[in-house]
Design a binder for this molecule. Structure first.
Ligand SMILES: [Fe+2]
Length: 320
Protein backbone atom coordinates (compact mmCIF):
# COMPACT_ATOMS: atom_id res chain seq x y z
CA UNK A 1 0.00 0.00 0.00
CA UNK A 2 1.13 3.49 -0.73
CA UNK A 3 0.55 5.87 2.18
CA UNK A 4 1.36 8.91 0.05
CA UNK A 5 -2.18 8.97 -1.24
CA UNK A 6 -3.44 9.47 2.31
CA UNK A 7 -0.74 11.60 3.91
CA UNK A 8 0.56 14.77 2.22
CA UNK A 9 2.71 17.62 3.51
CA UNK A 10 1.09 21.05 3.47
CA UNK A 11 2.10 23.41 0.65
CA UNK A 12 2.25 27.21 0.51
CA UNK A 13 -0.93 28.69 -0.95
CA UNK A 14 -0.29 30.54 -4.19
CA UNK A 15 -3.01 32.77 -5.55
CA UNK A 16 -3.66 31.68 -9.12
CA UNK A 17 -1.82 28.36 -8.62
CA UNK A 18 -2.68 25.43 -10.85
CA UNK A 19 -5.17 23.83 -8.53
CA UNK A 20 -6.15 26.92 -6.62
CA UNK A 21 -9.84 27.52 -6.33
CA UNK A 22 -10.99 31.00 -7.25
CA UNK A 23 -11.14 33.05 -4.07
CA UNK A 24 -13.29 35.94 -2.92
CA UNK A 25 -10.46 38.44 -2.48
CA UNK A 26 -10.33 42.15 -2.92
CA UNK A 27 -8.18 43.24 -5.82
CA UNK A 28 -4.51 44.07 -5.36
CA UNK A 29 -4.63 43.09 -1.75
CA UNK A 30 -1.62 41.74 0.03
CA UNK A 31 -2.86 39.14 2.47
CA UNK A 32 -1.95 39.79 6.11
CA UNK A 33 -2.05 36.02 6.69
CA UNK A 34 0.13 33.30 5.25
CA UNK A 35 -1.78 30.52 3.53
CA UNK A 36 -0.92 26.84 3.75
CA UNK A 37 -2.90 24.31 1.71
CA UNK A 38 -3.48 20.99 3.48
CA UNK A 39 -6.10 19.05 1.52
CA UNK A 40 -7.29 19.91 -1.96
CA UNK A 41 -7.75 18.20 -5.31
CA UNK A 42 -4.04 18.45 -5.97
CA UNK A 43 -2.90 16.59 -2.87
CA UNK A 44 -5.85 14.24 -2.33
CA UNK A 45 -7.70 13.67 -5.63
CA UNK A 46 -10.28 11.39 -3.99
CA UNK A 47 -11.06 13.51 -0.94
CA UNK A 48 -14.29 15.48 -1.11
CA UNK A 49 -13.12 18.21 1.21
CA UNK A 50 -10.88 21.28 1.21
CA UNK A 51 -8.66 22.36 4.10
CA UNK A 52 -6.32 25.33 4.23
CA UNK A 53 -4.75 27.27 7.08
CA UNK A 54 -4.35 31.02 7.39
CA UNK A 55 -1.41 31.73 9.68
CA UNK A 56 -1.48 35.10 11.46
CA UNK A 57 1.55 36.72 13.03
CA UNK A 58 2.97 40.22 13.21
CA UNK A 59 -0.36 41.67 12.13
CA UNK A 60 -0.52 45.41 11.45
CA UNK A 61 -2.29 47.53 14.06
CA UNK A 62 -5.20 47.87 11.70
CA UNK A 63 -5.80 44.90 9.40
CA UNK A 64 -7.37 45.92 6.07
CA UNK A 65 -10.38 44.01 4.75
CA UNK A 66 -9.15 41.37 2.33
CA UNK A 67 -12.30 39.55 1.30
CA UNK A 68 -15.40 40.71 -0.50
CA UNK A 69 -18.89 39.69 0.71
CA UNK A 70 -19.75 36.29 -0.78
CA UNK A 71 -21.48 32.99 -0.16
CA UNK A 72 -20.76 29.34 -0.99
CA UNK A 73 -22.63 26.31 -2.28
CA UNK A 74 -21.31 24.28 0.65
CA UNK A 75 -20.85 24.70 4.40
CA UNK A 76 -17.66 26.29 5.60
CA UNK A 77 -15.98 26.11 9.01
CA UNK A 78 -13.25 28.21 10.61
CA UNK A 79 -11.24 27.01 13.59
CA UNK A 80 -9.53 29.90 15.37
CA UNK A 81 -6.56 28.72 17.43
CA UNK A 82 -4.45 31.33 19.20
CA UNK A 83 -0.81 30.86 20.07
CA UNK A 84 -1.28 30.92 23.86
CA UNK A 85 -1.29 27.54 25.68
CA UNK A 86 -5.07 27.78 26.25
CA UNK A 87 -5.61 28.64 22.53
CA UNK A 88 -6.43 32.27 23.29
CA UNK A 89 -4.47 35.04 21.57
CA UNK A 90 -6.10 35.42 18.16
CA UNK A 91 -9.03 37.66 17.28
CA UNK A 92 -10.99 38.26 14.14
CA UNK A 93 -14.35 39.26 12.81
CA UNK A 94 -16.96 37.88 10.48
CA UNK A 95 -19.55 40.04 8.80
CA UNK A 96 -22.72 37.99 8.37
CA UNK A 97 -25.18 39.77 6.05
CA UNK A 98 -23.60 43.16 6.71
CA UNK A 99 -23.42 42.87 10.49
CA UNK A 100 -20.08 42.49 12.27
CA UNK A 101 -19.54 39.68 14.80
CA UNK A 102 -16.36 39.42 16.81
CA UNK A 103 -14.37 36.17 16.97
CA UNK A 104 -12.14 35.45 19.97
CA UNK A 105 -10.04 32.28 19.99
CA UNK A 106 -10.53 29.46 20.68
CA UNK A 107 -13.59 29.52 18.43
CA UNK A 108 -15.32 27.63 15.67
CA UNK A 109 -17.30 29.59 13.10
CA UNK A 110 -19.98 27.73 11.18
CA UNK A 111 -20.98 29.34 7.89
CA UNK A 112 -23.98 27.55 6.40
CA UNK A 113 -24.43 27.25 2.65
CA UNK A 114 -25.79 30.49 1.24
CA UNK A 115 -24.97 32.80 4.17
CA UNK A 116 -23.35 36.02 2.90
CA UNK A 117 -20.14 36.65 4.81
CA UNK A 118 -16.73 38.25 4.83
CA UNK A 119 -14.01 37.54 7.36
CA UNK A 120 -10.62 38.72 8.54
CA UNK A 121 -8.23 38.25 11.41
CA UNK A 122 -7.83 41.43 13.43
CA UNK A 123 -5.36 40.92 16.28
CA UNK A 124 -2.86 38.56 17.84
CA UNK A 125 -1.20 35.43 16.48
CA UNK A 126 -2.28 31.92 15.66
CA UNK A 127 -3.98 29.91 12.93
CA UNK A 128 -7.37 29.86 11.26
CA UNK A 129 -8.11 26.47 9.76
CA UNK A 130 -10.56 26.93 6.88
CA UNK A 131 -12.53 23.83 5.91
CA UNK A 132 -15.12 23.36 3.16
CA UNK A 133 -17.12 20.22 3.68
CA UNK A 134 -17.33 19.59 -0.07
CA UNK A 135 -14.36 20.21 -2.25
CA UNK A 136 -16.16 21.32 -5.36
CA UNK A 137 -17.24 24.52 -3.72
CA UNK A 138 -17.88 27.70 -5.59
CA UNK A 139 -18.39 31.15 -4.30
CA UNK A 140 -20.42 34.01 -5.60
CA UNK A 141 -19.97 37.62 -4.70
CA UNK A 142 -23.15 39.04 -3.22
CA UNK A 143 -24.06 42.25 -1.47
CA UNK A 144 -25.17 41.61 2.09
CA UNK A 145 -28.76 42.02 3.21
CA UNK A 146 -28.28 44.21 6.28
CA UNK A 147 -31.92 43.97 7.30
CA UNK A 148 -31.52 40.21 7.45
CA UNK A 149 -28.17 40.59 9.23
CA UNK A 150 -29.80 42.66 11.95
CA UNK A 151 -33.01 40.64 12.22
CA UNK A 152 -31.11 37.35 12.43
CA UNK A 153 -28.15 38.69 14.42
CA UNK A 154 -28.70 36.29 17.33
CA UNK A 155 -28.77 33.30 15.01
CA UNK A 156 -25.58 34.40 13.23
CA UNK A 157 -23.89 35.07 16.59
CA UNK A 158 -24.72 31.50 17.60
CA UNK A 159 -22.64 30.28 14.64
CA UNK A 160 -19.55 31.44 16.53
CA UNK A 161 -19.03 28.53 18.85
CA UNK A 162 -16.87 28.36 21.95
CA UNK A 163 -15.22 24.93 22.07
CA UNK A 164 -15.84 22.49 24.92
CA UNK A 165 -12.98 20.80 26.72
CA UNK A 166 -14.02 17.16 27.06
CA UNK A 167 -12.29 13.92 28.03
CA UNK A 168 -10.98 11.53 25.42
CA UNK A 169 -12.98 8.66 26.92
CA UNK A 170 -16.07 10.31 25.45
CA UNK A 171 -15.07 8.50 22.25
CA UNK A 172 -15.16 4.74 22.18
CA UNK A 173 -11.89 2.90 21.58
CA UNK A 174 -9.95 5.86 22.94
CA UNK A 175 -8.34 6.05 26.38
CA UNK A 176 -7.29 8.90 28.62
CA UNK A 177 -3.66 7.98 28.06
CA UNK A 178 -3.97 10.59 25.31
CA UNK A 179 -1.73 13.62 25.80
CA UNK A 180 -2.78 17.25 26.10
CA UNK A 181 -6.21 18.83 26.07
CA UNK A 182 -9.10 17.78 23.84
CA UNK A 183 -11.20 20.71 22.59
CA UNK A 184 -14.43 19.86 20.78
CA UNK A 185 -14.81 22.70 18.27
CA UNK A 186 -18.08 21.53 16.73
CA UNK A 187 -20.26 18.45 17.05
CA UNK A 188 -23.84 17.30 17.44
CA UNK A 189 -24.03 18.69 20.97
CA UNK A 190 -22.61 22.13 20.23
CA UNK A 191 -24.39 22.80 16.91
CA UNK A 192 -26.51 19.90 15.62
CA UNK A 193 -27.57 21.63 12.40
CA UNK A 194 -23.94 21.90 11.29
CA UNK A 195 -23.80 18.10 10.91
CA UNK A 196 -20.07 18.17 11.43
CA UNK A 197 -17.50 17.13 14.01
CA UNK A 198 -14.07 18.63 14.64
CA UNK A 199 -11.86 18.13 17.66
CA UNK A 200 -8.50 19.72 18.32
CA UNK A 201 -6.03 17.94 20.56
CA UNK A 202 -3.56 20.50 21.79
CA UNK A 203 -0.30 19.20 23.20
CA UNK A 204 2.92 20.57 24.57
CA UNK A 205 6.25 18.80 24.67
CA UNK A 206 5.03 15.23 24.09
CA UNK A 207 7.85 12.72 24.63
CA UNK A 208 8.60 9.68 22.46
CA UNK A 209 7.61 7.49 25.42
CA UNK A 210 3.97 8.56 24.85
CA UNK A 211 1.68 5.53 25.19
CA UNK A 212 -0.77 4.44 22.53
CA UNK A 213 -4.30 5.78 23.11
CA UNK A 214 -6.36 4.85 20.04
CA UNK A 215 -7.16 1.32 18.87
CA UNK A 216 -7.20 0.52 15.19
CA UNK A 217 -10.66 1.18 13.79
CA UNK A 218 -12.64 2.16 10.71
CA UNK A 219 -15.31 4.77 10.06
CA UNK A 220 -18.26 4.69 7.70
CA UNK A 221 -17.24 8.10 6.34
CA UNK A 222 -14.04 9.81 5.27
CA UNK A 223 -12.13 11.45 8.12
CA UNK A 224 -9.45 14.11 7.98
CA UNK A 225 -6.46 14.74 10.22
CA UNK A 226 -4.54 18.00 10.23
CA UNK A 227 -1.29 18.40 12.18
CA UNK A 228 -0.08 21.91 13.02
CA UNK A 229 3.13 22.38 14.99
CA UNK A 230 4.05 25.42 17.03
CA UNK A 231 7.51 25.63 15.40
CA UNK A 232 8.55 27.69 12.37
CA UNK A 233 6.31 27.09 9.32
CA UNK A 234 3.99 24.95 11.49
CA UNK A 235 6.63 22.26 12.07
CA UNK A 236 7.27 20.58 15.41
CA UNK A 237 4.56 17.94 15.90
CA UNK A 238 5.22 14.29 15.05
CA UNK A 239 2.38 11.85 14.47
CA UNK A 240 2.49 8.12 13.96
CA UNK A 241 -0.14 6.79 11.57
CA UNK A 242 -1.03 3.18 11.04
CA UNK A 243 -3.07 2.71 7.85
CA UNK A 244 -3.89 -0.84 6.92
CA UNK A 245 -0.77 -2.77 7.87
CA UNK A 246 1.69 0.07 7.30
CA UNK A 247 3.09 2.40 9.89
CA UNK A 248 4.70 5.77 9.28
CA UNK A 249 5.82 8.76 11.34
CA UNK A 250 5.25 12.19 9.81
CA UNK A 251 6.02 15.69 10.98
CA UNK A 252 3.68 18.66 10.72
CA UNK A 253 2.41 20.46 8.74
CA UNK A 254 0.54 17.56 7.21
CA UNK A 255 -2.95 16.81 5.91
CA UNK A 256 -4.34 13.28 6.01
CA UNK A 257 -7.50 11.90 4.45
CA UNK A 258 -8.65 8.46 5.57
CA UNK A 259 -11.33 7.09 3.23
CA UNK A 260 -14.37 5.36 4.71
CA UNK A 261 -13.73 1.75 5.63
CA UNK A 262 -9.94 2.07 5.88
CA UNK A 263 -8.51 0.54 9.08
CA UNK A 264 -6.30 3.08 10.84
CA UNK A 265 -5.10 4.55 14.08
CA UNK A 266 -2.90 7.48 14.92
CA UNK A 267 -1.14 9.03 17.86
CA UNK A 268 0.92 12.05 18.64
CA UNK A 269 4.38 10.81 19.50
CA UNK A 270 6.49 13.93 19.94
CA UNK A 271 6.49 17.69 20.08
CA UNK A 272 4.07 20.57 20.51
CA UNK A 273 1.09 21.72 18.50
CA UNK A 274 -2.48 20.98 17.52
CA UNK A 275 -3.96 17.90 15.93
CA UNK A 276 -7.39 18.27 14.29
CA UNK A 277 -9.76 15.45 13.42
CA UNK A 278 -12.85 16.12 11.31
CA UNK A 279 -15.71 14.12 9.87
CA UNK A 280 -19.44 14.47 9.25
CA UNK A 281 -21.56 14.06 12.37
CA UNK A 282 -23.02 11.74 13.49
CA UNK A 283 -20.81 8.97 12.24
CA UNK A 284 -20.19 5.40 13.21
CA UNK A 285 -16.92 3.86 14.22
CA UNK A 286 -16.39 0.17 13.92
CA UNK A 287 -13.45 -1.12 15.84
CA UNK A 288 -10.95 -3.14 13.93
CA UNK A 289 -8.79 -5.10 16.23
CA UNK A 290 -6.30 -7.81 15.94
CA UNK A 291 -7.16 -9.74 19.06
CA UNK A 292 -3.51 -10.56 19.65
CA UNK A 293 -2.61 -6.90 19.94
CA UNK A 294 -5.33 -5.80 22.31
CA UNK A 295 -4.83 -6.13 26.08
CA UNK A 296 -7.44 -8.28 27.83
CA UNK A 297 -8.92 -5.37 29.75
CA UNK A 298 -9.45 -3.48 26.54
CA UNK A 299 -10.74 -6.55 24.75
CA UNK A 300 -13.55 -6.80 27.27
CA UNK A 301 -14.33 -3.14 26.80
CA UNK A 302 -14.27 -3.46 23.04
CA UNK A 303 -16.47 -6.49 22.81
CA UNK A 304 -19.03 -4.92 25.10
CA UNK A 305 -19.09 -1.75 23.02
CA UNK A 306 -22.37 -1.45 21.22
CA UNK A 307 -23.61 1.84 19.87
CA UNK A 308 -20.32 2.79 18.37
CA UNK A 309 -20.94 6.40 17.73
CA UNK A 310 -17.61 8.09 17.29
CA UNK A 311 -18.79 11.58 17.98
CA UNK A 312 -20.59 11.53 21.23
CA UNK A 313 -22.03 8.93 23.44
CA UNK A 314 -25.76 9.26 23.52
CA UNK A 315 -26.14 10.59 20.02
CA UNK A 316 -28.08 8.22 17.84
CA UNK A 317 -25.52 6.03 16.15
CA UNK A 318 -26.06 3.06 13.91
CA UNK A 319 -25.39 -0.33 15.42
CA UNK A 320 -22.78 -2.29 13.58
FE1 LIG B 1 -10.34 7.47 13.10
Amino acid sequence: MNLEKYIVKARPGVVGGKFEEKRPLRERIELPVKRHIFINRDSHPDADIYVAIHEAKDLPASVPDYQVPHFHNTDEFYYFIGNNPDLTGLEGQIIFEGRVHKIVSPACVYIPTGAVHEYKVTRGAGTVTVLFRNRGYTHEDKQPDLEKGNKEAAKFASYIIRPDVRPTTEIKYHTDAAPGVRYVFVDGKLRPEAGFYTVVRSVSNVQPTQANYVDKHTHNCDTQHIAIGTGPELTGLKIEFVIGDEKVVVESPVGVNIPAGTPHCQRIIEGSGHFLISCPSPTTTTVWFDIGNVPTSQRARLSSADESDDNERGQSGTRR
